[in-house]
Design a protein around this ligand. Structure first.
Ligand SMILES: C[S@@+](CC[C@H](N)C(=O)[O-])C[C@H]1O[C@@H](n2cnc3c(N)ncnc32)[C@H](O)[C@@H]1O
Length: 384
């Protein structure tokens, strides 16, 4: 690939390059090579070394850690972001024992007037490349894994939300396998997974991984904000992006053991828009209540946006009503709900409101204390 075949380079645009003609991996099958490149350290170092090869105009300055992109008259650091997320640390520094502090990265960018080339192996042998202004790197990549940034993957108290993907999936499969063991045969498992623009498959991958043990009986979309007929309802966290629209919904997977567990759809039903039209023939107001299934798209505004105190500084709480609707949908008046990731105790609060028993745990004692105090305050303060 020479410079003449390259498109004009613009910041923030994604370029795909097929490198099959540029490299050889003996006769290793594509799957094996791809597997090797899933390791950020291998992919990062390899791609870094490919920069001068792919862009002959760059003067590669090894050792100092920078490349020099003459055309843009900017220093450019080649970095790799792997499928599991962004790793902006120089390849030599990517690894569990090496951390880069975000403020140091920022200083480094400013002092050296750096821009970045972000790369990953998209689908071997296709690589994906994007030029990013150094000044915008950290701002535009809130999920990047650099040290203990507040802007990296979700910042929980004690829990670091950055396991490699396979490890993360197996971990969840194991946890929910244990849940299955203690669940009644006609019980329910609800799993809420957020949606991330940077990592758009994660929710679906979790859903697929759980398929090993569970049947997906309903896939509900929890909508936090929606615009209908000229009116916006609900809130969402605004993002600053030239590529993405703001995520305003999350996955809510409803799993059961056999996919055939009865639910009470009308317990969370909504009124008909044209009820009168349904009252005809054998249908009377007595035989046909003004209530219908609300479907698998649930609009539940995210109360956490304006309730910092309730949230207890937790980054990923869900609203009490979301859990209440799940519990109601089971059609049971009473029951026991177990939440292995209790956080601020939202599930327990919903259970308390509905008179259910609850079991919850969290790895972070601060969250447990907060949840306990929230529950001890009782219904009056929760509801006001
Ligand atoms: C998405 S949050 C749950 C928030 C909760 N739904 C709420 O409304 O507050 C996930 C929680 O799982 C906890 N966690 C992570 N790993 C854990 C583990 N191995 N055991 C128990 N809790 C864990 C984290 O501390 C975090 O509070």
């Amino acid at each position: 690939m020479d410079r003449s075949t390259l498109p004009e380079i613009n910041y923030d645009e994604v370029y795909l390059f097929d490198i099959s003609s540029k490299v050889s991996f003996w006769d290793l099958p594509k799957e094996v090579v791809y597997e090797l490149f899933r390791d950020g350290r291998t992919a990062s170092r390899f791609l870094e070394l490919k920069i001068p090869d792919l862009f002959r105009d760059f003067e590669y300055v090894d050792g100092s850690g920078y490349d020099w992109l003459k055309e843009l008259v900017k220093k450019v650091e080649g970095k790799c972001y792997t499928k599991g997320g962004c790793n902006f640390a120089p390849s030599k520094m990517v690894g569990s024992s090496r951390k880069v502090k975000p403020d140091e990265v920022q200083k480094h960018i400013e002092e050296n007037d750096l821009d970045y080339i972000l790369m990953d192996i998209r689908e071997f042998p296709v690589i994906r490349m994007r030029f990013v202004k150094g000044s915008e790197l950290i701002k535009d990549h809130p999920n990047c894994k650099i040290g203990k940034s507040k802007k990296m993957s979700k910042k929980y108290g004690r829990y670091s939300d950055n396991k490699p993907r396979q490890e993360y999936l197996s971990w969840l499969v194991d946890i929910f396998r244990e849940a299955k063991r203690v669940l009644e045969d006609d019980g329910h498992l609800f799993v809420n997974m957020g949606y991330s623009n940077i990592d758009p498959w994660v929710g679906m991958e979790v859903g697929l991984a759980l398929r090993e043990d569970w049947i997906l009986q309903n896939h509900i979309n929890w909508v936090k904000s929606i615009h209908v007929n000229g009116k916006t309802s609900g809130h969402f966290k605004p993002i600053n992006s030239k590529r993405f629209v703001c995520p305003t919904w999350e996955h809510l997977f409803h799993f059961t053991k056999d996919g055939n567990v009865e639910i009470d759809r009308l317990s969370i039903g909504v009124k008909y828009e044209y009820y009168e039209a349904n009252i005809r023939g054998n249908n009377t107001a007595e035989t046909k209540p003004n209530l219908r299934d609300k479907g698998n798209c649930w609009f539940v505004p995210d109360e956490t946006i304006n309730s910092k105190e309730l949230r207890g500084k937790h980054p990923a709480t869900f609203p009490v009503k979301l859990v209440e609707d799940c519990l109601k949908m089971t059609g049971r008046d009473l029951g026991v709900v177990l939440d292995p990731f209790m956080g601020t105790g939202t599930t327990a609060v919903a259970a308390q409101i509905m008179g259910w028993d609850y079991i919850g745990y969290d790895i972070d004692q601060d969250y447990v204390d907060f949840a306990t105090s929230r529950l001890n305050r009782g219904l009056t303060s929760i509801l006001t």
